[in-house]
Design a protein around this ligand. Structure first.
Ligand SMILES: [Mg+2]
Length: 203
């Protein structure tokens, strides 16, 4: 199968690194538990312009390159890539391609393909569902509920890693699988593969 995988907070522990960056410079400090939404604007009412400035500072800092991979993801990708084609589909802007490839090569060398859905910040990106359609990915693994819903509209399955920031409108869909671990992801990928094989042989 072709599996599309998000990078930040799916393979990489990006929020933790952002918090480390933020707390050495700004007050009041942030805790992981504070992240019950995607943006600081939603979390603590920070004006969007200020938030964009801080995000840009983070992107240009050493903390951005020091993002650690998420526990379990490394082994899981190793296992999945024996049988499946893994393609990273990220919302990072294309200008971070080099840094992103260095990071992937360091921690997840099995992954050769990385697709960027946008060239720069503040442009309307292609949806990840559109990208999955274009590359014929059977499933998207992500932490962003919007991408899961977009995939659902396109009839594409997604696996949503459960986080406090994606619990709004808890999905109740056959196409969205909410999971708490990479072990669960592997189980669901195996189930999807079986289902697809049954569909193939019965059609
Ligand atoms: Mg993400």
């Amino acid at each position: 199968m072709k599996i599309a995988v998000d990078l930040d907070d799916t393979l990489a522990d990006s929020v933790t690194s952002f918090i480390d960056f933020y707390n050495q410079k700004y007050k009041p400090t942030l805790k992981y538990e504070d992240f019950t939404a995607y943006t600081l604007n939603e979390i603590n009412g920070m004006p969007k312009e200020e938030e964009n400035k801080i995000l840009e500072e983070f992107d240009n800092s050493e903390y951005y390159d020091k993002i650690k991979p998420l526990k379990e993801a490394i082994e899981a990708i190793k296992e999945l890539s024996k049988k499946h084609e893994i393609i990273v589909v990220t919302s990072r802007p294309e200008k971070f391609e080099k840094r992103t490839r260095i990071w992937i090569n360091k921690y997840l060398p099995e992954i050769k393909n990385i697709l960027f859905v946008r060239k720069v910040y503040h442009e309307i990106p292609k949806t990840k569902a559109e990208v999955c359609r274009e590359i014929n990915a059977e499933v998207l693994i992500d932490d962003n509920l919007t991408h899961a819903h977009d995939c659902e509209k396109e009839g594409i399955r997604s696996i949503l890693i459960d986080y406090p920031w994606n619990r709004d409108n808890m999905p109740n869909s056959k196409l969205i699988h909410r999971v708490k671990s990479w072990a669960e992801i592997i189980k669901i990928i195996n189930e999807i593969e079986k289902e697809l094989n049954i569909e193939k042989t019965s059609s």
